[in-house]
Design a protein around this ligand. Sequence first.
Ligand SMILES: Nc1nc2c(ncn2[C@@H]2O[C@H](COP(=O)(O)OP(=O)(O)OP(=O)(O)O)[C@@H](O)[C@H]2O)c(=O)[nH]1
Ligand SMILES: [Mg+2]
Length: 437
Amino acid sequence: MANFSDTIYALSSGSLPAGIAVVRISGPAAETILKRLTGKAVEPRIARLLVLRDEQGEVLDQALTLFFPEGMSFTGEAVVELHLHGGKAVLRAVLDAIAAFPNTRLAEAGEFTRRAFINGRMDLTAAEGVADLISAETDAQRRFALSNAVGDQERLYSGWREQLIEARALIEADLDFSDEGDVPGSVADAVLEQVHALRVVVEEHLSQTRRGEILRDGFRIAIVGEPNVGKSSLLNAIARRDVAIVSYEAGTTRDLIEVALDLGGYKVILIDTAGLRETDNIVERLGIERARTAAHQADLVLHLHVAGTENPSKLDVPVQTLSVATKADLLPDGVPADSVALSTMTGDGLSDLLVEIEHRVTEAASGMSLLLPSRERHVQHLRQTHLALERSQRTHLPLELLAEELRIAADHLGHITGAIGVDDLLDVIFTRFCIGK
Ligand SMILES: Nc1nc2c(ncn2[C@@H]2O[C@H](COP(=O)(O)OP(=O)(O)OP(=O)(O)O)[C@@H](O)[C@H]2O)c(=O)[nH]1
Ligand SMILES: [Mg+2]
């Protein structure tokens, strides 16, 4: 275990005032601090309601106290939790009292989790999972993040890495002993077969990248169409608030306007865009460019046209597109049953559209397994792993080079979990956490 000499502390629960405020203290002085604040002997892992006093004997608060000994805590260090009354003055008084002990300081963002990682309590994917879990807003995000936080991803990638390390050991043993009358090449053949199987598995895993992104970052839906067809009205109707400006003037919306929703437990991002048309107006043209880009990058495009008019210009996007007729209230005979039609004025057809969208989101995001790449950092290393595995399968590759490719592949997997060479990464990863985590 790494030996940190300073003891860190922070408010680990949400903003105050609140019912309770949880202060976490981690480090070598944690136990002493608890003893001195309470004047009582410390029992590990037993919750006790005790009066806290500062060094002058002044009562600070009555708190539920917990002590986790070294090796049995979140960070791996001795940890104290104080469940205080959740008032700002209470918190300030207690933090001041803790600060009065030597070698203590306020924790930096993500520092508790960082210590947990350095002390081997969790790997990097689990630490990232914890960060995702804290920011999870929908049920799908929560389930995905939790699976990562409890180490599912780590087990997957470490398993692959071990296979590769073993395969390489076999090859190197073969190299060392090949002059002793072994049948040359037989080991290599067996290893190559195994490596091929793993390559297929990694490939399949990488093909699920978009599904992981959808679960974590959301399913993106671009609303596009000519000016004035009611795109912004639809965004507002679905978001149930006035997010975008609506007006009878054509060319009202210029920027992209994004709204995040929870649809069927999935995070969905709805994007309103500028109406598509030929124009000399520079600002509008920039807006239209953004609209086209948004449509290209979306998971689903809602292509709007006014009911009863021809669905205009074909939208040339390599994306699932749903044609939607708007302003259905203006049609005297209603709309044909085979198309999606709605009116934001009367609300007709909106729930049908939402059902259809939810159906598409579920189709894109659901799957048997939550073992998916969860972030770009992982995807990059997985791609490098895959490339090295591909190279390792070139015909007539000398065994030394085969072993080297296997090492490269294994190292990239090690980078994902943090098993190797990540010092420079830690700042980037952990400073994205909030203080107290
Ligand atoms: N009758 C009727 N009018 C609607 C409906 N939805 C929108 N409108 C009207 O159509 C006009 C244009 O609506 P917007 O939502 O601003 O249209 P838009 O597609 O965002 O337009 P741009 O931003 O200019 O591209 C406004 O006057 C709205 O009040 C509807 O369902 N029925
Ligand atoms: Mg608009």
